[in-house]
Design a binder for this molecule. Structure first.
Ligand code: MN
Length: 228
């Protein structure tokens, strides 16, 4: 008999491209304002202040291809991001060893209840209500680094109903993937199953029910998500 007093919650896992295998997710870290043009569009200076992070819940990741429009918002934004999946972790990871911890990369959408986020910012409140809601991170298949390498350049694009909304490039990241891993590992103990959403290029904007979001990152594939 199980020693758990309630049924065990399901393990959250993302599909690995080209296989039936799954990548189990432990934690989700997200970096804020990691592309200069997006930082400017959000009303801030794109300087080299230390990076900042927030978290989503593992079970906010959703590979289903559908994004249910969330309640209590009339301004839900798309943010197209490269997801970095870690196969190992640790603390105080040196910069030159950071990429050794990466299993692979995927596309994820950091969906945001922007109206609630603006309110939270004004009040000095935390962001969870705007960022960590149900289905808030539609995600694609993970492509192993063993197959695609470690993309540090490549077009990041999002079309909504066929119209280009976001058009950036991975090389525009202010904090690069090894820097994010190394920095996070100074504050948290990273572990296998942790994922990092690496920030969005400019062009974030609203979606509505019925919209089709088509995201692509050169070298990492594509992801189609319908807003329902
Ligand atoms: Mn984001």
């Amino acid at each position: 008999m199980s020693k758990f007093v309630i049924e065990l919650p399901p393990v959250v896992a993302l599909p690995v491209a080209g296989t039936e295998a799954l990548f189990p997710v432990r934690r989700v870290y997200c970096i804020g304002r990691n592309y200069a043009a997006h930082t400017v569009e959000m009303g801030h200076d794109p300087d080299r202040d230390p990076p900042f992070f927030f978290q989503k819940n593992p079970n906010n990741l959703d590979p289903s291809g559908e994004f249910p429009y969330p309640p209590h918002s009339s301004n839900v934004h798309h943010e197209t991001e490269m997801l970095v999946a870690l196969k190992s972790g640790g603390t105080n990871i040196p910069l030159d060893q950071a990429l050794d911890h990466v299993f692979g990369y995927a596309i994820a959408l950091d969906m945001t209840r922007r109206d609630l986020q603006e309110e939270a910012k004004k009040m000095g409140r935390p962001w969870e209500i705007s960022k960590a809601f149900e289905h808030s991170a539609p995600s694609g298949r993970i492509h192993p680094a063993a197959e695609i390498g470690h993309p540090n350049s490549g077009r990041v694009e999002l079309k909504v109903n066929g119209e280009i909304r976001q058009d950036g490039n991975l090389h525009q990241m202010i904090w690069k993937v090894p820097e994010m891993i190394s920095y996070l590992s100074e504050y948290f103990e990273l572990a296998p199953g942790d994922v990092i959403l690496s920030g969005t290029p400019a062009g974030v904007g609203q979606v509505a029910r019925g919209d089709s979001m088509e995201a692509s990152i050169e070298g990492v594939g594509s992801l189609v998500v319908r807003v329902v």
